[in-house]
Design a protein around this ligand. Structure first.
Ligand code: UDP
Length: 315
């Protein structure tokens, strides 16, 4: 197949490009490089089945015939989407519609990267796909949450009205090599701070929870969903749930760091708890994650060390 991956220079997008090439497909990666990085694709420089185009997919764009479109373009870390609020809303709305038009034109299959943020600060726990969420539509995070909720809505509309063969993955917190060390996420911040001997910045009292999925597990789930005929949203994440304080402890253990904790203010509308119910993915796709947080952080350690060393005094 000839596959278009929007946002293919991003963290998950670049791992997805690798996995698709590994399955023998030709991959065209389109990325505006607003938050994506060519460094994530550097190892594909000599790969004849790989093409890169620097492209903001909010602008009209014709990649030629494609068989599958994976729409992963969007800022995704809270620091990034709060910095690029308008661009985030634009890529979730205009960008997503452009992608769906392409899928319709070339009769290509389509998969949208959506998010656990669709559940907002959830009142149901763990989160099942049937839960409609608890999102503040005008809060600071709404630039991302509502952008992705609109992206899901327009994806379902193209499926219903234009018969596009669509899928929606709701991605929960994911980490691993290529997670940008300056993207402000909890794993990138804690790993960087631990390796530099700086205090780990715990927001609030650290009792809020997240569930962290290693990137190879996440991509395996995404590919399994891509091959299925399921059109409704599907959670792909690791149900192993940690408080932020527990996460800090695991990072200290894995890095062998003596860093202390520092307590900083909790960002507005920060979800208090998050854990995917993956019953649907297990039953439908026979997929479940294999790598727990400790093992995944150990597997990521070398990447974070190298990234912190390379950033040197720039951090
Ligand atoms: N967090 C933290 N310290 C940091 C970065 C994040 O305590 O340096 C917390 C944040 O408040 C949230 C959780 O860790 O409760 C996960 O944050 P992240 O930015 O990784 O992603 P989110 O799941 O909120 O999208």
């Amino acid at each position: 197949m000839r596959v278009l991956v929007t946002g293919g220079a991003g963290f998950i997008g670049s791992h997805l490009c690798d996995a698709l090439l590994g399955e023998g497909h030709s991959v065209l990666c389109a990325d505006s490089l607003l938050t994506g990085r060519m460094a994530n694709l550097a190892h594909l420089g000599n790969e004849p089945r790989f093409e890169f185009v620097r492209q903001d997919i909010c602008q009209p764009f014709d990649p030629g015939k494609i068989d599958y479109l994976f729409h992963f373009a969007s800022p995704a870390s809270p620091v990034d989407y709060l910095k690029h609020g308008i661009e985030t809303l634009r890529v979730g709305s205009l960008g997503t519609m452009n992608c769906l038009e392409l899928a319709a034109r070339y009769n290509a299959k389509y998969l949208l990267a959506s998010t656990s943020e669709c559940y907002g600060d959830p009142l149901e726990h763990p989160q099942k796909e049937s839960y409609w969420g608890n999102v503040n539509p005008i809060g600071p995070r709404s630039v991302y949450d509502e952008s992705k909720r609109f992206a899901e809505a327009v994806t379902m509309a193209y499926h219903r009205y234009r018969k596009v063969d669509t899928r929606i993955v709701r991605i929960f917190n994911t980490y691993g090599p290529r997670l940008q060390i300056n993207d402000g996420r909890v794993i990138s911040n804690f790993m960087k701070q631990a390796l530099l001997g700086q205090d780990l910045t715990v927001y609030g009292d650290g009792s809020q929870t997240r569930s962290f999925c290693y990137v190879s597990d996440e991509v395996a789930g995404i590919l399994a969903l891509a091959k299925s005929d399921e059109h409704g949203p599907t959670n792909i994440g690791n149900p192993g749930e940690f408080t932020v304080l527990e996460c800090a402890q695991v990072v200290l253990e894995v890095t062998g760091s003596n860093s202390k904790l520092r307590f900083d203010p909790l960002p507005q509308d920060d979800p208090k708890q998050r854990r995917p119910d993956i019953g649907k993915a297990k039953k439908l796709l026979g997929w479940e994650p294999k790598i727990d947080l400790r093992a995944g952080l150990r597997m990521s350690l070398e990447y974070f060390r190298t990234a912190v060393d390379a950033a040197g005094n720039c951090i």
